[in-house]
Design a protein around this ligand. Structure first.
Ligand code: SF4
Ligand code: SF4
Ligand code: SF4
Length: 200
């Protein structure tokens, strides 16, 4: 017998509801371990790390609900000194220039800090970039750069990887209170030009 319109809508609702529940269940079951390019639905606020407060304790790598963590290291090319031997890259800065390219004594346990010469010979200038697919957010490179170098390396919470948890697991435990809630997208609710309160 052909279903009535009401029966059809009820069945459709059940199918859509079951689909949505399956999606949520899969997400919970996978522990938030979606592929690196997962883009979360847009939300207005996100979480970000204040580089002035972060002490690079390493908790970001393991505490984020995502695996690998939504936290990645980056290198600000405007601040980087483009050194031949980089604190965030090499364990021993006394390594002879000729051996740097082949040494396995590197700060990053995943070899995510890439060194590329762009000027001069072996003692010329180098760029240091961090491959986000290899980086796990362990903070070791950024810690060394901040302790000894030009402080160009730091950690960010990638907005396209972060799930935007209502309460960020890292913010809860960060010993330096360095994780802050920030607006993610341009705010459209323009409220006029700021006018200070008139003083009487
Ligand atoms: S937990 Fe806090 S101090 Fe530690 S690396 Fe993350 S942001 Fe920095
Ligand atoms: S040392 Fe840690 S934070 Fe730095 S690039 Fe490697 S995995 Fe990422
Ligand atoms: S809000 Fe959630 S997904 Fe984003 S960094 Fe914090 S714990 Fe990780």
């Amino acid at each position: 017998m052909k279903p009535t319109r009401r029966e059809f809508l009820v069945r459709l609702g059940r199918v859509l509801g079951a689909g949505a529940l399956t999606g949520v269940a899969l997400r919970v079951w996978s522990g938030g371990k979606q592929g690196a390019e997962f883009i979360q639905p847009p939300h207005r606020y996100g979480w970000q790390i204040n580089p002035e407060a972060c002490t690079y304790c390493g908790l970001c790598e393991t505490v984020c609900v995502r695996g690998p963590s939504a936290v990645k290291a980056v290198n600000d090319q405007k601040k980087c000194s483009n050194c031949v031997a980089c604190y965030g890259h090499l364990c021993d800065l006394r390594t002879p220039s000729l051996l740097i390219a082949t040494t396995d004594k590197l700060v990053c346990p995943h070899n995510a800090v890439h060194r590329t010469r762009f000027l001069g010979g072996i003692d010329g200038a180098y760029t240091y970039t961090i491959d986000p697919d290899q980086c796990t957010g362990c903070a070791q490179c950024a810690r060394q750069c901040n302790l000894h170098g030009s402080r160009s390396m730091f950690l960010v919470i990638r907005p396209d990887l972060c799930l935007g948890c209502n309460e960020c697991a890292i913010a809860r435990v960060c010993p330096s209170k360095a994780v802050e809630r920030v607006p993610l997208y341009p705010v459209n609710d323009f409220r006029g030009i700021y006018m200070p309160e008139p003083t009487s």
